[in-house]
Every structure is written in C-alpha cells, then in structure tokens.
Design a protein. Sequence first.
Lengths: 436, 295
Amino acid sequence: MKVTRALPLAGIAAVGAAAAHAETITVATVNNNDMVIMQSLTDAFEQAHPGIELDWVVLEENVLRQRLTTDIATGGGQFDVMTIGTYEVPIWAERDWLAPLDDLPEAYQVDDLLQSVRDGLSENGTLHALPFYGESSMMYYRQDLFDEAGIEVPEQPTWEQVRDWAMQLHRPGEETYGICLRGKPGWGENMAFVSTLVNTFGGRWFDMDWQPQIDSPAWQEAIAFYVDLLGNYGPPGASSNGFNENLALFSRGNCAMWVDATSAAGKLYDPDESEVADKLGFAPAPVAETPKGSHWLWSWALAIPASSDAKEAAREFITWATSQEYVELVGEREGWTSVPPGTRVSTYENPNYQEAAPFADFVLSAIQGADPTDSTLEPNPYVGVQFVGIPEFQSVGTQVGQMIASALSGQRPVDQALQAAQRATQRTMERAGYLD
Amino acid sequence: MTTARTKSLPSADAGPLAQRTPVLNALRSRKLWLAVLGWSIAGVIFFPIFWMVLTGFKTEAAAIAEPSLIFSPTLDSYAAVQGRADYFKFAMNSVVVAFGSTLAALLIAIPSAYSMAFLPTKRTKGTLLWMLSTKMLPPVGVLVPIYLLFRDVGLLDTRTGLTIVYTLMNLPIVVWMLYTFFKDLPKDILEAGRMDGASTFQEVLFLLLPLTLPGIASTGLLSVILSWNEAFWSLNLTSSQAAPLTAYIASFSSPEGLFWAKLSAASTMAIAPILVFGWLTQKQMVRGLTFGAVK
C-alpha cells in the first residue's frame, strides 16, 4: 500500500517541477505509422520550442472519433490538438468547434499546400485544420505476374479490363487471387472504395433534393460488378478484409491486383515490410462510365478545438508538424519513403523524395485530380468523393456498407441488399429532416 | 487438483475391483469423461489468452502469417510498446483506480448491506432490485451528462473522477453480493453479541466482518477485476494524466499498418498484474464464491 501511495505523489511532484514554466498541450491522434513517427519526434519539437511540452493521447481511429466528438460537442477542452479527417473538418468548422487558422506565418508557406487538400480542410475559404498527410486511391499490381501472362497495362485501365485480368490471374490453388479489394463493412472501410466504384459507374449517393439513389441502375450495375469480381476472383472471406488485411495479403504476394490508398505505396516499396517490393506495378484507379470520382481524396489533419485553452502553443505545434521543415526532418531521420505524403508541392519537388519514391508524381497527380466538389457524373448536393459531407453519413455509410458486405458474402442477392439499403437511408434522411 | 485425485484414486485402489463390477466401471468412466470435459472447457477458455501471449513474442509479419506454433521468439514488440508509451504510468493509474474504487464501494456497501440483511423493511427487496436495474442502463446513455458534470467540476482526466465513476458502477453488484453473504449469517450470532453489550459498530467490526470475510474478499476481488477491465468510461473520461491500462491497449490498435504483435504484447502486459493478483487470491475467491452454498 505504501508503494502505491508514495509513487503517484513522487510522479506529481516531478511533473509539477518540470511544468512550472512550460505549457503542456495534449495532442490526440491515431496509431498510424506517420503519427508514430511524429510522436517519436517529440524531443525535436520540445528542443526547438522550450516553452511547450507535448502530451500524447493515442487511440484507435473509431474510438478516437467518438472520444473527440464527445469532447468537442460538450466543449470539454481536454485536447489542444486533434487529429481529424477531411470528413469532420467542414462539419465541425461549420459549428464553430474549430479555431480558424488564418494569418499563418509567412514561413509556413501556406501556398505550398496542395490545393485540393487545402480545399478539403477549409470552410468558406478559411483553413480550419492543417494537413498532416494526404492520400488518394490507385491500383497496385504484380508486374511479374502481368509480364508472365503477357498483359500490358494501359495508361488508364478500365474496370472491364481489370475483371478480365483478375479472371486470367486467379489461381486460388497457389493462393494467388485475381484481385483484393475492401469488403469489411464501415463508412471508412468498404464504402470508401465502393463509393468511388459507384461514382465511376455513373452513380451518386443523393440527387439534388437529397433523395437517396442507392436503388438506381448505376448502383445496381456497380455493386453487381463488385460482388462478381471480388466474390469470384478475390481471396476467401473477402467481406472481412479492410485496408490492413489487404495490405498484408498483397505484401505477402497473395494478390495480383489491389485498388486502395496511395499511402500504401511507401509500405509496399519497403523491402522490410513487403515481399513484392521489387515486382510492383502501379496504375491509376480503374474507370468505367466516367473518370469523375474514380479515386478518392482523404487527408489526416491537425486541428485546434475552439475549447482549447492553449491555442497559441497548439498553433506552434501544428504549424511545425505540417511544415516543410518537418518533412525534411523525417526524411533525414527515418528515410524518404517515410515522409508524410500528399500535403505539400515542395515534397514532390524534392529530389531526395523523387529518388526514393518512384510513385511520387503519380500520387501527386491522383491527389490533384480528385475534386470533392464535383465527384459524380450527375450533379449532387454534397462535398466528398468517397463520403458525403453530412453528419448522418457515418451511420448511413456503415449501414449500407453492412448490406453490401452481406451481398458480397452471398447472404442475399444484390438487388435485395440495395433495396434494403435504399429504405434504410431514406428513413435516416427523413428523420434528419432532409426529406419532406 | 480435483481432477488428478478423481483420476488416480479409483485406478489405484479399485483397479482390479473395477474390472469385475460394471457399476464401478461406469462410475470411473463417468469421472474420466467429466475430467476430459472440464479440461477441454478450460482449454477453450484459456486458448485466446495463450495465443495472445504467444503472438506478443512474434514479429508483426509472423503475427499475421499462417497461424503457427513454431517461430523464433523476439522481444521486439515489447521494446516497441515500451518505447512508445510509459507502461508504469498507465499501470499505476489502473492500480490506484481499481483498488480505490473497490475500497470506496466496500465502505459504502457494508453498512447498507448490513441494514438490508438484518433490519429489512418492506421496501428492501424493491430497493435492491432498483439498484440492480441501474446496471441495465447502457452507459453511453449517461455519457454526456456525466461528461458535462465532470467538465464543470474539473474531474475530467483525474483519478478521483474515474474512481468515483467506478465506485458507482460497481456499487449495485457489491451491495447485492454482500447482502446475500450477510443474509446467510445466522441472526442469533449478532444477537448474542448484542446481549453482551456490543454496539452496532462493534457488532459489525468484531462479528459480522470476521465471519463473512471470505464473502467480502471475493466481492472485493470481483470489484477490482471489473474496474481493471472497464474500458468505456476509462476511454471516455480520461486523456493523458489518468488514463489506465485499457487506454494503453487501445492506443496500439491501428487502421493502417500491422499491429497485432504490438497489441498482443501490450495486452499481455496489461493483464499480467491482475492475472498474478487473481492467482495469489484464487483460494479466497473460490471460498467466497461457494460461501454459504453448503450448509
């Protein structure tokens, strides 16, 4: 008992002494590799900014999202810096939950930020979060298998071609599957991919009157295609594979093709983590009817909640962690494939990065080519490529995702799944007041 | 222990006899089957923990590869986990909060269970049921009010705040368990004490508590374990200062990249203290749980 009583007191005393003349800011973030690197550079930041100390709260993405939402909606003020995505920023900014980030210092070079990423993090033209890393989606394939089969990948592959190739290269006996795609239900899991597929098949989530379009022919066609492709030429149990599972499958050499986040490129090219590092090919995300919305746009960004009582110090930190200087620091310490991608033009102009990352230009043009304000063939009322920028989308997207996963696993036919998804979405939208 | 005895005794003493008498033979095979069943159930329950411990010693690549018992063990995950977060800070929070809340719950629950068991009114049953019914409310339903309350009184991210919540969370169960233990105690013993001039306080301290100690101990142990494992409130009410081991584990799961080995290492470290604690106290626990069952 004595020990338990004495130790915390000693701890408090030690913290108290150190914190006497330093301001502590609490940074909430997710456990992604880029954020782990940021955390490991705490000392570098604290040395350069002696008045500020960093306290980290690292949580799993969904837990973090719920935790941050509770805190920010109640004005709890527990965090000074929050890691959030392009989905949350406009919604939270509109409610005045985030401190606006105007008057950024000259040295920050705000014009160096990629325009599409910057737009995604702005509300009425004012930045409300600074991009930590950004990503789009693209197609990865096994160059060796394609060469063997004599397949030439054109500059812009189509989904029809992808299906033919998947058919040709699918050898389940050798544990090589034609294609790996996301199947695990969730608005940020299978629906991120499925939304881009629906977009390129000419579909959209809602029409201009917020009427759900999930039972439209474009959705039918896209989902039937998806279920056929992944169900017949994908790995077994595909409906429980998310980003991580597919990354593991592809890097072990079990997939001939994979369409997913551009941020996987760094890991796939790292020979320590991937067995296919030297036989990797890549191409833009395939298209069908239209190139619009065929690849997504996402960025993890650092924002300051309006309830923070250390806004100045928090600003110091986020301008440091998203700066060009930080990118260079990571490049020197961790290697250039580990730098946070997809935020700054200067990263892509850096010869060190270009040399280490042969996919750099490619990713840059994918990110630049994604337009969240114009992502579907027919007009839509929302912002977002692979999501709909309204608070209700988390529940709508996850619900629809579950129904599509049930179609993929063969529990029910595609048209029934889509009808059920349409009804559920209709109900949510009516209840939320979008529909009369 | 028991299984060893059931297996060895009949075979040693009644071996030749059993061959001749079918009744004994049947009895013996029944015992054997029971032992096999018991061990199988224990194995199934224990397997995930065993696998977690094993995975903690694998590399990330081996952790997601084909499940295999043969691999070259490494401490990399433990090193990575300790390099990222200070385990002892989280562990200390867990210890303080779990034991603090258990102590507080016992202090409140002993007098209330005493009055309900020995001085019942016609509303006692109803009160007990009402207390238990609070456990049926999903905690997320009261998250926002409690969050606002804690924000206003400055209890967010404090060990005091978390201890209060855990005390309240476990109180119904603690009162119920103590109530059943106390009720099994013959009233005459307390009455005899009263005849000898003991005050209520002395009666509780010198008669009730020593006589029901196994029950109180197992109630306390259960409360410690429940608090130790609680994740919802600890994740939602703490951030950096008061975060216990549940928050520590949560920080190693990731939507991008491989994390199973690190997560397993973190989980193994998180359950190790309570596992050792449970092991040391299992005698009291079993005694308490069967207390009053055989009279």
